[in-house]
Design a protein around this ligand. Structure first.
Ligand SMILES: N[C@@H](CCC(=O)N[C@@H](CS)C(=O)NCC(=O)O)C(=O)O
Length: 229
């Protein structure tokens, strides 16, 4: 690739892409996006993506862009090189703890992948319990908000905005109760949804696209909808 500005190689539904987009927006960095179809990855993409995954960040440099892969790496690079507000704590111990919670967010995304794609009811229930347990763990970690670490939006928030977004659609389908009894998580979710960088990390047709994805997977989650209807 040969870009003029930072370019985020994206997919419309990818939560890892969203976290990079959120960090770019929070830092006020101008960037472009290139979308690819993960079901038919173009050759140019396969040549530059070592794991065949999005996001990639193409960084203009001389004749050919430098390509960064892995969303956490991209976010850390942006934190180190771009202006705008710091999204990590200055204290190394606290910063390391935040990185741990970012990983925790990634583990929730792995659970969510199975939760939203499985056709199997038992597996769905296992993932419901895993997710409920992880959100309960977060309830213990959260303070008075509105964000993960208080007043200032941080990198952990950038990871969790896309996590909570899934439930905006899921809750139109059936009542999962996954956030019941977790007032801090619920308040955090609302604060993140209202943050412009989070809201604009996806297109306006995000929910339609996600619904199409669930239908293509013939997801068990959709049968919960029929059961609840
Ligand atoms: N650990 C990676 C995960 C990225 C990831 O799983 N991306 C998915 C889309 S959300 C992907 O590109 N999947 C394509 C594939 O695995 O073939 C990151 O943080 O960037």
């Amino acid at each position: 690739m040969h870009s003029k500005v930072l370019t985020l190689v994206s997919h419309y539904l990818c939560p890892y892409v969203q976290r990079a987009s959120i960090v770019l927006s929070e830092k006020g960095v101008a960037f472009e996006r290139t979308y690819i179809d993960l079901a038919a990855k173009p050759d140019w993409f396969l040549r530059i993506s070592p794991l065949g995954k999005v996001p990639l960040l193409a960084v203009p440099r001389g004749r050919a862009d430098a390509i960064l892969f892995e969303s956490a790496v991209i976010c850390e690079y942006l934190e180190e090189t771009q202006g705008g507000p710091a999204l990590h704590p200055a204290d190394p111990l606290l910063r390391a703890r935040h990185r741990g919670w970012m990983e925790f967010g990634s583990s929730i995304l792995a659970d969510l992948w199975v939760y939203e794609t499985t056709k199997d009811e038992a597996q769905f229930e296992v993932k419901w319990r895993a997710l409920a347990q992880k959100f309960a763990t977060l309830e213990e970690e959260l303070g008075d908000g509105p964000y993960f670490a208080g007043d200032r939006f941080c990198m952990v928030d950038a990871v969790f905005g896309p996590v909570f977004r899934y439930f905006d659609l899921f809750e139109t389908l059936f009542e999962s109760g996954i956030f019941d009894g977790l007032p801090r998580v619920q308040a955090w979710r609302l604060a993140l949804a209202a943050r412009p960088s989070v809201a604009t990390a996806v297109g306006e047709d995000y929910q339609e696209r996600l619904m199409g994805f669930l239908q293509r997977h013939d997801a068990h989650l959709l049968t919960r909808r029929r059961a609840a209807a």
